[in-house]
Design a protein around this ligand. Structure first.
Ligand code: FAD
Length: 303
């Protein structure tokens, strides 16, 4: 029951992010402000032409698409865990689904705060005006990382029941699957595919380091390990999203002729995600592996 409730709140995060994105795109297509930096027009243009507005919209789009893909993979694993005829496959899918649930809940709801906040930012001063509805999404998103277990509670579950209980076996099995996607991306050769492969390899290596750190130190130094629980959860969210973007761009490439505009946008979004978001994986790794001591340095009285 709790898995289902947590999964559903993760979907709420994805849904409010999608709504905020669509509304921000609509506003950016209409709002006229400033001339383009490349001098392509002498008059002011709609703000969707400004590179920083595109960056904000791409961030909103990429975070939302990545989280949605991870949630769908989790949902498919849940179906297989219940319906697959082979008992061993059912068990494998159940373990995979259970590992993903705190990530779907924690990551999709944390990012919904960032995405809906960017939605306000795209609107500029109008974002602060109630009538646009942009601030309503931000406010609605703010509860999501709190109810059905705060992000820290999801992250404690990720470390305790999902990583330590099996000595990191499921986490390492996921990393092995990610490495297979990297290999498939490497065979392609185009710039976007090579870039995603490189960032995915770095992200997967960061995740392997963190899993090894958690497993090795949880007993001897639990305060240091749990100080990195939320960065670990975020690292999983970023790397799993990057993994699904890798799979999505391979699928988009295979079907490109059917709808070039849609599939090219998918590939461009995957490339953006790799360079702007997946690239943050090594910083999260450092926060977990080296950041425990400074988190715990102050006594309660020193705050
Ligand atoms: C709008 C709304 C609707 C709700 N609806 C329902 C409902 O229908 N049914 C229901 O049962 N509940 C509901 N709740 C309650 C909700 O589930 C809790 O507020 C939530 O689980 C957080 O618990 P808490 O408020 O006791 O916060 P606390 O547990 O006091 O947490 C405060 C802070 O401490 C952190 N923290 C606490 N323990 C740990 C720990 N072990 N490790 C690390 N950090 C920790 C938390 O992450 C958080 O940042 C609702 C809450 C709200 C605001």
């Amino acid at each position: 029951m709790m898995n289902s409730a947590r999964f559903s709140v993760g979907m709420q995060g994805i849904a409010v992010s999608e709504r905020a994105y669509q509304q921000a795109v609509g506003f950016a297509r209409e709002r006229v402000q400033s001339r383009p930096v490349d001098g392509s027009a002498r008059a002011a243009v709609t703000i969707i032409h400004h590179p920083d507005v595109k960056r904000m919209l791409m961030t909103m789009r990429a975070l939302t698409e990545g989280a949605r893909a991870v949630a769908y993979v989790a949902a498919a694993a849940s179906d297989a865990a219940h319906q697959h005829p082979d008992e061993a496959v059912r068990r494998q899918n159940q373990a995979f689904y259970e590992f993903l649930v705190p990530v779907v809940k924690g990551w999709s709801t944390e990012l919904s705060i960032d995405v809906t906040s960017l939605g306000v930012q795209v609107h500029g001063g109008m974002g602060f005006i109630e009538e646009t509805g942009a601030a309503q999404h931000y406010r609605d998103a703010r509860i999501l990382p709190i109810y059905e277990g705060t992000t820290a509670i999801q992250a404690n579950d990720l470390i305790g029941r999902k990583t330590l209980r099996d000595g990191g076996a499921v986490a390492r099995a996921i990393c092995a699957q990610i490495a297979e996607t990297e290999a498939a991306l490497g065979k392609h050769g185009c710039t976007a595919f090579t870039a995603v492969q490189a960032q995915l390899a770095k992200g997967r290596a960061a995740l392997e380091d963190v899993v090894a750190f958690v497993v090795a130190n949880a007993k001897s130094d639990p305060n240091a390990v749990f100080a990195g629980s939320v960065p670990y959860l975020k690292l999983c969210g970023i790397v799993f999203s990057g993994w699904q973007f890798g799979r999505a761009m391979l699928a988009a490439d295979a079907k490109r002729a059917e709808d070039p505009a849609f599939h090219d946008a998918k590939i461009a979004t995957a490339h953006f995600f790799a360079e702007h978001i997946l690239s943050q994986a090594s910083a999260l790794r450092d926060a977990v592996v080296s950041g425990g001591a400074p988190v715990n340095a102050l006594t309660a009285e020193q705050f």
